[in-house]
Ligand binder design. Structure first.
Ligand code: GLV
Length: 329
């Protein structure tokens, strides 16, 4: 029997290609060319599976043009690049890569929070520019992290891992807002208290965004929300671009409506709003929240396991929707 055909949309660890090749006829993009949507459709012709990285849009138009496609395996926990409803209607399975990145991403949230509150990037630029001539009492004096109030918007697995670090590592008071409150035992483990969105904005010294992107969370943090935050507050976005109105944030940073921001994700990335590049009180990183080698390998392997699980054994590991198992399709 012919092996199923699988496309890998971007360059990836060679071991991943080797693992896939044990089960599939693999077309890979190790040259890491950036494909337009029509080019992606062309590459997908005759493929039953696709390994995506979180930025390839899988929508009704693509699905209609790729009738043999049965599974899209995202090497990302976020899957806002999938139109899941259209995929279900087309009988195409979506899978993501949860859990394996939780602790690493929570570490990164703290790295970005600390860099932002303690003005690490700003002060390094100053030093590298040869501007450091003497000690002074308020040189890059930032905001306290330990003992402050940590606000978390979105309390899934990563939010909870951030809460545990804040409460148990930094002695922070942790408050959160989520679609619904956590159960009592989980809340206690995180030493976190549920508050309204307005309460979160008003009370947090440091606000970390870690909620999924959707129509409902688009620009959930805009000018009006920033105006409710403390002028000494920091904002950290490790979730997705589009959750924050980047233009409004740049204006708020410039006008010191809030003290500082740390951003790992951007609206329309890899483009960054030009005003954000001009303000000094923002730390900018290129979507590296889960980027340790071990975690990226684990995420990629989970996507492989989903492709093998579904296309070979009829049982994916981390499915996002329900479709009929492959042999019956
Ligand atoms: C990264 O942004 C992910 O969703 O895994």
């Amino acid at each position: 029997m012919d092996k199923p055909r699988v496309l890998v949309t971007r360059a990836i660890f060679p071991q991943v290609i080797a693992n896939l090749a044990q089960h599939f006829e693999v077309t890979s993009n190790q040259a890491d060319e950036l494909w337009s949507p029509p080019q992606l459709i062309e590459q997908l012709q005759g493929k039953q599976g696709v390994f995506t990285t979180g930025s390839e849009r899988i929508d009704a138009a693509l699905l209609a043009a790729c009738p043999e496609l049965r599974i899209c395996a995202n090497m990302a926990v976020g899957y806002n690049n999938f139109d899941l409803e259209a995929m279900t209607a087309a009988g195409v399975l979506g899978t993501n890569a949860p859990d394996v990145l939780t602790e690493t991403t929570a570490d990164f949230a703290f790295a970005l929070l600390l860099a932002t509150a303690r003005r690490i990037s700003e002060s390094e630029h100053f030093l590298r520019a040869g501007q450091w001539s003497r000690w002074s009492y308020d040189l890059f004096a930032g905001a306290e992290v330990h003992g402050s109030t940590l606000g978390i918007l979105g309390m899934g697995r990563i939010g909870q891992a951030i809460a545990r670090r804040g409460a148990h590592g930094f002695g922070m008071k942790v408050i959160y807002h989520n679609r619904s409150p956590l159960d009592e035992a989980t809340q206690q483990r995180c030493a976190a208290r549920y508050v309204s969105l307005q309460g979160l904005l008003r009370e947090a010294d440091h606000l970390v965004l870690v909620l999924p992107y959707s129509g409902a969370s688009h620009h959930i943090i805009g000018a009006a929300e920033l105006a409710q935050m403390k002028p000494t507050a920091t904002l950290v976005n490790i979730a997705r671009g589009g959750i924050v109105d980047d233009a409004a944030l740049a204006a708020a940073l410039q006008n010191r409506i809030i003290a500082a921001a740390g951003l790992d994700v951007f609206e329309g990335e890899p483009k960054v709003h030009p005003d954000l590049l001009r303000v000094p009180n923002v730390v900018l990183t290129p979507h590296i929240g889960s980027a340790t080698l071990a975690t990226r390998q684990a995420m990629a392997q989970l996507a492989v396991d989903n492709l093998v699980g579904f296309l070979v054994h009829g049982k994916p590991v981390t499915p996002l929707n329900e479709v009929r198992a492959v042999p019956d399709k």
